[in-house]
Design a protein around this ligand. Sequence first.
Ligand code: HSE
Length: 321
Amino acid sequence: MDRSSDRLDGDREVAEADVASAFAPASIGNVAVGYDALGCVFPAVGDRVHIRRTHTPTVRIESITGVVTDLPRDPVKNTATKGLLRLIDERELSFGFALAIEKGVPLGSGMGGSAASAVAAIRAASQLLDVPLAPDAMFRYALQGEAVASGALHGDNVAPSLYGGLVLTRALDPLDVVPIPIPERIRCVLVRPHMAIETRAARRVVPDAVPLGTTVQHSANLAGFIAGCFQGDLDLIRRSFDDVLVEPHRAHLIPGFRSVQAAARSAGALGCSIAGAGPSLFAWCHGPDTADRVQAAMVEAFANAGMETDAWTTGLGETVS
Ligand code: HSE
């Protein structure tokens, strides 16, 4: 394969004739208060896809390297390639794609790895089209990959991975994606225990119906969180940072969850909840010193629960491309 990695310069995308590559960052679905609708980028890690245009309208995975390699090679079953098959079909392309996937996002971590692969793949493929895709079209194709992973169409990982920042996916059809401002100096801590949770399994524990009072509190928390972001009101964000809808049903899947969450809050986090479907936990913090304390407290609490971890802290404003 004519790998374009030799011509990469940092995260810059490269397209020359029939090869291209693109990076897409990890992301945190739900952000505690917006199940399947709200997501924020987590640019500390991500996936990269190198792609080559081929002569037949098919998709082939040539290699998978990085922190995850045991992924389906069948393009129908791989999150990176499902959207490319749809692209070829819908646009009746006369050519296809061969891919090399570099995984930087751990599998089953709640860090939006499926979306990162799907977004990186469609961004790379877009560069090889006669007319590149608009971002919203990329979103639709990348969403196909998410369906492979979780069995459902939800945009809370694809949206921030593609657009960056904090994003509300208000509706998928027609697509209605709303960027939400993130107050200055917010740092995001993410701690991943060394275990995996399959998104499909974590979705099965969420009940189909919840009491009206729960949805009222959930709506109020989401509205308060969004208002706090627009107003830069950190205390409102803190008061609203409470997942009454999904977290109670998933908490038992994560060893030490309640003590890690309590440790993050005691160390000064604005809030702490499950990243996507878990098992990673994330916390929003104001300023780097608080973030350092929160990260240390979460790592220690997981250790006390017998879990080894990886931990990252990053700002959320960086746009990764
Ligand atoms: N909103 C999805 C869920 C995110 O919580 O199941 C999966 O990463």
